[in-house]
Design a protein around this ligand. Structure first.
Ligand code: NAG
Length: 201
């Protein structure tokens, strides 16, 4: 499902690119495929924030917002989209915190990653993600909803930096990170929410 959406989205971007380049002949078969796929309603929003970001691309934005049913009616409402992104961040961070706790639990049973450096890094990540979840629940998400953009942006930037710090810990200790993908997602979701919030002003 995710891949299908990603493929559809990237195809659409190509189609738009060619359409925009002017005079380029588009084959009828290509056109037929393009119109049979549904254009995500978040495409204009995602092109705006993703096109101007060094942290995430249009594709990430489309996939993230598209994973939440509310985005179907969000249209070009940047504020609604930022609320969705912030909620996705909360869900993501909660799942990641649980995954980290699970890895540490396995450690204590002596069956998981048993090197000390990895355990130390995971403990620090556990605290970092615990902080993210706590802040999201105790005001960060509400600040996004309430359009208190200064407070919300600070909060979200803290979440992005927590994900970076978690990943950095493993890198500095020269051990493999079992949560690279999760850190990447959390970082990008936070940056996406910040960018959407900025546009909502
Ligand atoms: C975390 O966010 C990414 C990007 O939106 C998404 O692909 C992934 O499925 C999410 N994971 C969870 C557990 O919510």
């Amino acid at each position: 499902m995710k891949m299908t959406m990603a493929a559809a989205a990237s195809f659409m971007l190509c189609a738009l690119f060619f359409a925009g380049s002017g005079g380029t002949h588009v084959e009828p078969t290509t056109e037929a495929v393009a119109t049979s796929e549904q254009v995500p309603s978040t495409l204009p929003v995602c092109k705006t924030v993703g096109g101007g970001s060094v942290f995430f691309d249009v594709q990430f934005c489309l996939e993230a917002l598209g994973s939440d049913g509310r985005s179907a009616n969000a249209g070009t409402d940047y504020h609604t989209c930022s609320v969705i992104a912030a909620d996705l961040l909360t869900a993501n961070a909660t799942t990641t915190a649980a995954k980290i706790a699970g890895l540490l639990l396995r450690d204590r049973g002596g069956k998981g990653v048993d090197d000390e450096a990895t355990t130390r890094c995971l403990r620090s990540c556990e605290a970092l993600y615990g902080g993210v979840v706590r802040r999201q629940q105790s005001g960060c998400a509400a600040a996004v909803r309430g359009r208190r953009s200064g407070e919300a942006t600070r909060c979200l930037e803290e979440a992005a930096s927590a994900a970076e710090q978690c990943e950095d810990g493993f890198r500095k200790s020269k051990v493999a990170s079992p949560v690279t993908m999760e850190n990447d997602d959390a970082f990008k979701l936070a940056k996406l929410a910040v960018a959407l919030l900025r546009m909502a002003r």
